[in-house]
Design a protein around this ligand. Sequence first.
Ligand code: NAD
Length: 513
Amino acid sequence: MTQVAEPGAARADAPTPGRISHWIGGRVVPGNSGREGPVYDPATGRLTKEVDFASVEEVDAAVAAAKAAFPAWRATSLSKRTDVMFKIRNLVENHRKELAVHVTAEHGKVPSDALGEIARGLENLEFACGIPNLLKGGFSEQVSGGVDVYQIHQPLGVVAGITPFNFPAMVPMWMFATAIACGNTFILKPSEKDPSAANFLAELLAEAGVPDGVFNVVHGDKVAVDAILAHPDIAAVSFVGSTPIARYIYETGTKAGKRVQALGGAKNHMIVLPDADIDMAADAAVSAGYGSSGERCMAVATVVAVGAVADPLVEAIAARLPKVKVGPGSDPTAEMGPLVTRQHRDKVASYLDSGPAQGATVVADGREHPLYTESDGFFLGASLIDHVTTDMDAYRDEIFGPVLTVMRVKTYEEAVALVNDNPYGNGTAIFTRDGGAARQFQFEVDAGMVGINVPVPVPVASYSFGGWKNSLFGDLHMYGPEGIQFYTRAKIVTSRWPDPGTSKIDLGFPRTR
Ligand code: NAD
């Protein structure tokens, strides 16, 4: 009862150059809503493609394809599904450079960073290759005379993933790897800002033998998202994006009876205690603050300098900034690319005005970088604002760009209170040589992911990813063991195989003793 396609068979219809269309039922489906969105190359500022925006009817068509594919896919043996997951993993690994080209062309991150996100996504595919082991249930023998109880994990049906611009390859892999390995069929609604990676992944999945309809991509905006949230045949929605939309997705999706996990924005604090190694802390702050131009939900947004460490730390960070090579992905020496859109770049740069207006000190102004003025790309140099306090916009907002802020506190207790009072609780890190302080920090800090001398503590795929507070709405974190829980529901079977000779009528409530 399997419909696993031959790997390499039936590749897609050729997509129209310059246009990114939907992928439904195993083929490219041009949009017919009459609505589309622009896709830019952030390094040149040029409009390079148009992406179709789905209508409600087009989302319905994707759901119908996914629904039709579900019975055969869930009946496909674990052994065959594992084989397909291995093939997907190998194809993504073999084509990672082409996938990275799509990411760089539309997101703007430099190739080394794009390859990094693909490597982390590959971990999720590798985790999903262990699906026969991951779906093992429990078994209790002889819970009553001749009665056994066991638990099985079954897929939910059609599930959907809505993803942000900043990880156009990795975040979809966070979701679909586990979802389809568990036997669900999947609809991806990627960010409209960098949609090509999703279609490239769809082609690789088809080549790996994923049957038509098991993985679909609908492009679009709020119309497509709302159609997903309202569709009665979609059982669950995974979302990653900003906090206001995450809250909306959670509230709307759960109201419609769906299982929802909605990961939101962040404001990650990196605490540096007075005993920390200054050079190591400065390297970490620069790597985690400016990597991917600060467009990471696990980026360090603010360095919290405790006591006397502040002056030498700010000096050490500032000394490193001129060496951060800003440039387009086509420059092999570039370490930090442009921001995703001009509008976002300008919003990020605005904190370099509001910060000092509200009493902070600009130590490095990325607008002085030549690419800020001389290029049509959406570049901003590495920027540093010191003496930031909790009432300033630069602290209250998620900047999501290469503007690192520094806050100065007198004690460890003040530093922890800052993190715990912040409405977000995605990641946080502490830099210290004091094991006792680090342990106390992990014990009392209110955040979902904690780094000890590790600035970007994104969990490996055998754990799960998720923040606390306004960084996650829902109960289960993404990928890893909690991903398996999210994409399956448990069924408990109580079973007896009686000797017909002992059968009798008993109207009493079933007892086990
Ligand atoms: P976003 O919230 O603007 O968009 C995310 C998705 O929601 C996109 O697919 C988009 O099309 C859709 N969307 C946007 N506006 C909508 C609306 N009004 N109604 C319905 N759907 C809508 O986020 P973004 O700008 O693409 O991504 C950056 C944000 O994502 C940052 O806040 C970042 O912290 C967050 N993020 C969080 C995590 C995490 O794991 N917590 C990971 C990556 C990114």
